[in-house]
Ligand binder design. Structure first.
Ligand code: ATP
Length: 238
């Protein structure tokens, strides 16, 4: 079986600064794969490259059997790869419903879109209750839900989530993590970038630890969760 996403020897630089230094990993359909690591490890850069926002220096990316090099970002969304970015990036003056519609901008199936809006409101009832309000009035955690909901509106085969737990209370974080598990159960494949290693590894099938642009350790979520070096470096144990 070929993987849904295959990243091979990917290198990405900002000018002379090489932020991603030759990483390789795969994501099989139906899995949750997580990239963990400290600030500046290159996780966000990796996701931005996969969604076509940055051009790699070298290396190959194959998604659903096709090479992604030189495919523009909007075409990548159309192929089924959606990105819920770090820092949320919702449109604060538009309503919650309008923000969700924007996530479906490439689709023409009005009925399917309406069905998926209802699905997002089922996942996150607060968004449905406040559908007609400006998105800027939502709390940080609720905006995070909206960003995830908007990414789901393109009906992605692969959903990339960048730090969905950032700035959230423990209860909100649990809700987001439970939703990620639910999305997996409904067939969505997920690539999750997280600084909260405990939470991410607990639900991931596979994880990769990134340090200064490289993958230094890989394993199943459970293996990494019990790995002594991971526990010391990322789970705050002595
Ligand atoms: P964080 O969790 O802090 O977002 P990260 O693992 O996602 O960390 P990146 O944001 O990918 O890391 O950053 C990787 C490296 O690239 C860092 O050294 C960062 O300073 C650098 N970098 C990121 N964006 C730019 C940019 N626009 N221009 C120059 N350097 C950048």
């Amino acid at each position: 079986m070929t993987a849904l996403l295959e990243v091979d020897n990917l290198r990405v630089a900002y000018g002379k600064i090489e932020a991603v230094k030759g990483i390789s990993f795969t994501v099989e359909a139906g899995q949750i794969v997580t990239l963990i690591g400290t600030n500046g490890a290159g996780k966000t850069t990796t996701l931005r490259t996969l969604s076509g926002l940055l051009k790699p220096l070298s290396g190959t990316i194959r998604f659903d059997g096709r090479p992604l090099a030189s495919v523009p970002a909007h075409r990548i969304v159309a192929l089924g790869l959606a990105h819920s970015p770090e820092g949320r990036h919702i449109f604060p003056r538009l309503t919650i419903a309008e923000n969700l519609q924007l996530g479906a901008f490439l689709r023409k199936d009005t009925e399917g879109i309406a069905k998926d809006v209802r699905r997002v409101y089922d996942l996150f009832p607060i968004l449905g209750e406040r559908a007609r309000q400006a998105a800027g009035t939502l709390s940080g955690g609720e905006q995070q839900m909206l960003a995830m909901g908007r990414a789901l509106m393109s009906r992605p085969k692969l959903l990339m989530l960048d730090e969905p737990s950032m700035g959230l209370s423990p209860i909100m974080m649990q809700l987001i993590m439970a939703t990620i598990t639910e999305l997996k159960a409904s067939g969505t494949t997920i690539l999750l970038v997280e600084q909260n290693a405990q939470a991410a590894l607990s639900l991931a099938d596979h994880g990769h630890v990134m340090e200064i642009g490289k993958i230094v350790l890989s394993g199943t979520g459970a293996d990494l969760l019990h790995d002594e070096s991971v526990r010391k470096a990322y789970l705050g144990e002595d």
